[in-house]
Design a protein around this ligand. Structure first.
Ligand code: AMP
Ligand code: FE
Ligand code: FE
Ligand code: ZN
Length: 303
């Protein structure tokens, strides 16, 4: 048995990644990834093409979705609303209730992006056609597509620069979108037979800060709601938060994963396969999932 490299969080051009699902699988294969999860934002649109490419390239595939949600959290600064991303592994893509909610999120993202572009067009030479030119029709729209239009217009050098100020939260061009409440999304994912894992937890936690009891309460509420795991090994999870998250996972018997959150070369600095999930942890996901089948070229036993 060869070395396993399990990358359980990647994006394609069906949302804000730059690669087609086919190219994503080919590139993963070339880089030695053995099992890949495609987790586009709020859509299952890439699953079919990814499956065909997984079969062609003889690569393991875990169909997934990165679900946009929001949570009210308590902390030293009082209550605030934060954005929480949930990875839904192997949910049933025909579950009407869940798919209906994802459609609402995509529709709301579209309205929000159009409003943001409207604001931006007062100061920069871009309009909605500039955004459409950057995206595959029907892709889940987000700030990255607006960033790409700003790059094409010569305003910024790359996505990273666009996110630094112009598109950052707090910028006068920034608007938030409607999304599911996190605990409600967890219930929807579980009712669809999927396994909910929190993507890049504590991503915005300040470096150097110490973990307080208040953060625990926010997680406990979600664990009670059925959160099954935490994506701990991810470049945006601050080092000072990782041990705290590992202990939380151990205490509550949560699954823990590691992944890249790759968005294509130039889409984000994250590289395919830069983090890996332990096979035992993927096995726990597979044991819990009942909404859809993972694909393995020579059976699950290779894990
Ligand atoms: P949105 O979903 O529209 O709020 O945009 C957030 C998305 O932008 C995230 O899912 C990331 O994939 C992407 N993103 C955030 N920061 C950056 C960055 N600095 N460079 C490239 N992409 C980013
Ligand atoms: Fe993204
Ligand atoms: Fe995310
Ligand atoms: Zn992601």
């Amino acid at each position: 048995m060869g070395k396993s490299l399990l990358d359980l969080h990647t994006h394609s051009n069906r949302s804000d990644g730059l690669d087609s699902p086919s190219y994503l699988l080919e590139r993963a294969k070339a880089l030695g990834v053995t099992v890949l999860a495609l987790a586009d934002h709020d859509t299952v649109d890439g699953w079919q093409e990814a499956h065909e490419a997984a079969v062609r390239n003889q690569l393991g595939l875990i169909p997934a979705i990165e679900v946009s949600t929001h949570s009210e959290v308590f902390g030293d600064a009082g209550t605030r609303r934060i954005s929480v991303h949930l990875l839904a592994y192997l949910p049933d893509p025909t579950n009407a209730e869940f798919m209906g909610e994802l459609k609402k999120s995509r529709d709301s993202r579209l309205i929000r992006a159009k409003k943001m572009v409207e604001l931006l067009s007062e100061d920069y030479p871009i309009n909605w056609l500039s955004i459409e030119a950057e995206m595959r029709p029907g892709a889940t729209v987000g700030r990255p597509a607006i960033a790409d239009a700003l790059v094409t217009a010569g305003i910024v050098a790359d996505r990273t620069e666009a996110f630094r100020e112009i598109l950052a939260k707090g910028s006068k061009y920034y608007l938030s979108e409607h999304s599911l409440e996190t605990a409600e999304a967890i219930a929807l994912i579980k009712n669809s037979g999927g396994v909910p894992v929190m993507a890049h937890p504590l991503m915005d936690f300040p470096a150097g800060a110490s973990m307080g009891d208040l953060a625990t309460e926010n997680f406990l509420r979600l664990i009670e709601a059925g959160l099954a795991g935490l994506e701990i090994e991810h470049r945006q999870v601050p080092e000072n938060a990782r041990n705290w998250l590992r202990e939380l996972a151990a205490e509550h018997n949560l699954i823990f994963t590691g992944s890249s959150d790759y968005h294509g070369v130039g889409g984000k600095i994250n590289e395919l396969g830069e983090n890996s999930t332990q096979p035992e942890q993927l096995n726990r996901i597979l044991d819990l999932a009942s909404g859809y089948e993972a694909y393995f070229p020579s059976g699950r036993s290779v894990l």
